[in-house]
Design a protein around this ligand. Structure first.
Ligand code: GLU
Length: 439
């Protein structure tokens, strides 16, 4: 069978190719002269598979799409409090190059606008670092997300630098508030190099997939961001990534995303995929016209909107059976399945809680469970401990140690673990003792 996905991507590009509205960014000559007909899309899955269509090997400058990744790098290096002291996380609803600073503190409102991005860039490297030093830190860091060595296009940087009056003004303003502690010119120059790093849509999709995968690059397997920092980056992208159309984007497309004035845009569907599109003509908000439309189509066709409420999970209680063994013990075996998060754990606890004084042995069977998140693990551990406290003999079938009960440091060190029901002699099923239906 030939997968229909590549054909679907070709179709999306064909659908939007005739749209020639918008115009290349004109304030950076290297972007103004880019071929406006270029069109590309890439999707990267969390197991490292890539689907592309169109000019997917064409390299363009990353521009503002660098901002979330560099924000993540700064958070990893300096920690959340230090970065929050420098740049806030509030959407501005204003254009990317607006001088949106908090009136009292002078703090940029978020790291996705230029003011915030320049301030974040200036946090990298040692005090007094040069533009070249910081640019190299960023280049190396972004390469980790892309899984290959990226490079800075010096001609794009020069072209932007020649007319960077506004960004120079922003950096000087930040310096006056002590938000940028070093030479503002070095900060702007380093930031411009950051924006001039070349990527393809395939690179961007993989970088997005790294964020989708909780900070682990699906191709290299390297952890690039910690889960907490990754979450912070996605949260800021979701609320501030699309400048003055963040609300429209969030309601219509519903994927945390970031666009850049080169015409690229990437989106992250947590736990699922990274997506990137490229087409240089921009709308009045500085985002790619065709890129935006491609994302709208993808979101509708593939049901990517993050606020689309998932179908209520099928019961994770596969079976809840009662037996009596040859010694007359009342044995209850509760077999679970699938992925267990808070709501699933609550469901199980409610069942375990059903008044049933007759149970003397309780077996929690996790053999068909493939994942338990942290909160569910803590709820189960607590519930099992309470059951033991109530005098019930508790046994666990957990071959992959999902509850992390093994070892001396476990919260339930004494819990009996069994690998099959063969240990229990002469079990006789009690047919009429059916658990309350679980929804
Ligand atoms: N280098 C560009 C600037 O600072 C990036 C802007 C963008 O991509 O939105 O003006």
């Amino acid at each position: 069978m030939r997968s229909p996905i590549p054909d679907y991507l070709d179709e999306i590009l064909d659908k939007h190719r005739p749209d020639r509205s918008g115009a290349n960014a004109d304030y950076i000559p290297a972007l103004a002269s880019a071929d406006p007909e270029k069109l590309a899309i890439a999707i990267s899955t969390l197991d490292g598979v890539e689907y592309t269509s169109g000019d997917s090997e064409f390299a363009f400058s990353i521009q503002s799409m660098s901002k979330p990744f560099v924000y993540g790098m700064a958070l990893e290096r300096l920690g959340l409090p230090a970065v929050l002291d420098t740049v806030g996380v509030e959407p501005t609803g204003e254009a990317f190059n607006e001088l949106s600073l908090d009136k009292a503190s002078g703090k940029p409102l978020n790291p996705m606008i230029n003011a915030g991005a320049i301030a974040v860039h200036a946090l990298l490297g040692p005090r007094g670092a040069s533009a070249a030093e910081r640019a190299e830190i960023v280049r190396a860091g972004l390469s980790e997300f892309a899984g290959r060595d990226l490079r800075i296009d010096a001609s794009v940087a020069e072209s932007e630098r020649a007319g960077a009056y506004r960004n120079v003004a922003i950096a000087n303003m930040l310096r006056s508030y002590d938000i940028v502690a070093d030479d503002p010119d070095e900060a702007v120059n380093g930031y411009i190099d950051q924006c001039s790093i070349l990527v393809t849509v395939a690179d961007l999709a993989l970088m997005a997939a790294t964020l989708a995968g909780g900070g682990i690059n699906p191709r290299t397997g390297h952890r690039v961001l910690s889960p907490r920092v990754n979450r912070q980056v996605l949260g800021v992208m979701m609320t501030c990534g699309m400048y003055d159309v963040a609300g429209d984007w969030m309601t219509e497309v519903g994927v945390p995303a970031k666009s850049g004035v080169s015409g690229g845009v990437f989106g992250v569907l947590p736990g699922q995929v990274g997506i990137a599109a490229y087409s240089p003509r921009l709308d009045g908000h500085g985002s790619s016209v065709r890129g935006t439309r491609i994302f709208r189509t993808l979101s509708d066709d593939m049901g990517l909107h993050i606020m689309e409420a998932p179908e209520p999970a099928r019961s994770i209680i596969r079976r809840d059976r009662r037996f009596v063994d040859e010694d007359g013990e009342m044995v209850r075996i509760c077999s679970l399945q699938g992925l267990i998060q808070w709501s699933g754990a609550e469901n199980v606890l409610r069942t375990m809680d059903a008044p049933e004084s007759s149970t003397t042995v309780f077996i929690l069977d996790l053999r068909r469970v493939y994942s338990i998140n942290d909160v569910a693990r803590r709820l189960f551990t607590e519930a099992l401990a309470r059951m033991e406290g109530d005098g019930v003999r508790v046994m666990l079938m957990d071959p992959e140690n999902l509850l992390a009960c093994a070892g001396p440091d476990s919260p339930l060190p004494g819990l009996e673990r069994i690998d099959s029901l063969r240990h229990l002699k002469g079990l006789k099923r009690i047919r009429n003792a059916v658990a309350a239906p679980i929804r």
